[in-house]
Design a protein. Sequence first.
Length: 295
Amino acid sequence: MHNPTAGEGEHSREWLERLLADAGHEVRYQSTADPGWRDALAEPPDLVVVAGGDGTVGTVLTELAGRGVPAAIVPLGSANNIAGTLGVADADPAWLARAWADAERRPFDIGAVTRAWGDSSFVEAFGGGIFADVILHAAADPADPAGEAKHRHGQDLLVAAIREAEAHRWVLSLDGRDLSGELLAVEVMNVREIGPHLPLAPEADPGDGLLDVVLIGPEHRDGLCALVEMPEEERPAAPPLPAARGRRLDVVLPPGCAVHADDTAWPSPGPSGDGEEASVAVGERRVEVVVPARG
């Protein structure tokens, strides 16, 4: 499963097929740019290789949940946060292809959001406030950079969103614990990083059946901006943001506050003065991912 437009490097169909064949695999190619790409999964293969960025990886993993077919990742995007959580974001694709045969298989949870007007899935994160605002702003922005320029553009949008964010009253209950407060953002993380490699949940494990809930208040505004603008190699392993871990989050979405599931965002539909209720959980739907051990 290949997204030929991911990232900025050269990764043609011919390159990908040759790379996999040279590692001893029999290849059936499918571009995710084709409208009927899901039909290629009707005849289950031994392994689904997802070659693309986080959007492509998340979409294919969600499609594979419950099918009993393992997946492997060739990271080709600008962020590769999913591959980063699995420890293969910077791995050589040729090495990955050779290593899958003897690699560990790990469970990977698919998050579920249940709401009155429809359910959603997520692989990376569900949340509201700052990061949802960035997704909406990016969708409306005529600029469409790629690669490193896309990464920098995302950082600029994120800093602007943090500076401009308004606090909303969030009503939150995590396994019965009250986490409610006036917050700029709430992020329910399934992976460790979000957006431009921002380590919001450095201890997150997408196979443990738990959510990492990160709470960002007005008092964190300056520190979060500094974290985003800091060179990645200088960022602290654990950002100074309050977080909690649990199995189920019940939430009342603040009216008018943008929310998102992975890279899809929308304004909260609750009527004025009356927020919409939602529940967020992981563990009921899973997919296996093949993850080679790094030496």
